[in-house]
Design a protein around this ligand. Sequence first.
Ligand SMILES: NC(=O)c1ccc[n+]([C@@H]2O[C@H](COP(=O)([O-])OP(=O)(O)OC[C@H]3O[C@@H](n4cnc5c(N)ncnc54)[C@H](OP(=O)(O)O)[C@@H]3O)[C@@H](O)[C@H]2O)c1
Length: 262
Amino acid sequence: MTALITGASAGIGAAIAREFAAHGFDLVLTARRGDRLQALAHELAAAHGCTAHVIVADLSDPAAPARVFDEVARAGLTVDALVNNAGYGLPGGFLSSGWEEHRAFIQVMVTSVADLCRRFAPGMVARRRGFIINVGSVAGLLPGTAGHTLYGAAKALVIRFSESLALELARDGVHVTALCPGFTYSEFHDVNGMRSQVSGLPRWMWMDADTVARQAYDAVVRGDIVCVNGRMNRTIVALARYTPQWIVNRVVKRAGKKFRRI
Ligand SMILES: NC(=O)c1ccc[n+]([C@@H]2O[C@H](COP(=O)([O-])OP(=O)(O)OC[C@H]3O[C@@H](n4cnc5c(N)ncnc54)[C@H](OP(=O)(O)O)[C@@H]3O)[C@@H](O)[C@H]2O)c1
């Protein structure tokens, strides 16, 4: 069996690659930083005896999903598990970035996710077996914040899309899971320049990427449609769901200033 993981060069994606390798999967690893992917491929081959195929691709390019799909086909590989994990945050208010930055963001966070599902799911359906993990976020289950304007919206779309896809493909033996991590130690907040701001958040709000990856694997194998990582994040999501909306909006508006920048 082979798992294709986007954003495998760091953080949660690299941890998910390690998790699938530990369960006997061969891998297709993709991201922009090929050196990181090669290093991970060697590590996993040595640790688990798996083969790992590296594809360097920038998912902000609308042509990238087709290229990844074609390269997988050319290599004669069959993808049994697809993990749409690549992502980043775009700090600031909506007007502080130009349209090209927003377009690229939507392409990576939303369009490439749906595009890769559309390309790889038919093979899984034909074989009547497959796993798809789309990485959302707790942010996709909470009201919007000021700053990082499209982030929560993009993740909400990924979660709703995954829910629908899960219902459509269940009878074909394909499990689809929307993974919803909260604050997770990775390079995410270094890349978007928010590290010093979020370092003030209490430790209990954070999880490590290996635990998130383990829960992701278990959830998709079990057939969970939405997996919110960790008891604390599940509590936050439940409180947001069952508390009157005006109170939730007020709390998120205040709390958002601690981890968002306008
Ligand atoms: N960390 C958190 O607190 C947290 C919380 C909730 C959800 N998430 C979600 O978890 C996922 C993984 O994030 P992470 O925390 O592991 O962050 P990370 O350590 O920064 O890793 C992000 C990965 O995405 C890849 N990536 C970014 N832009 C890309 C592009 N244009 N094309 C292809 N690959 C790209 C990066 O690879 P290259 O730079 O090599 O291309 C890297 O492998 C994201 O979808 C994120 O939104 C994270």
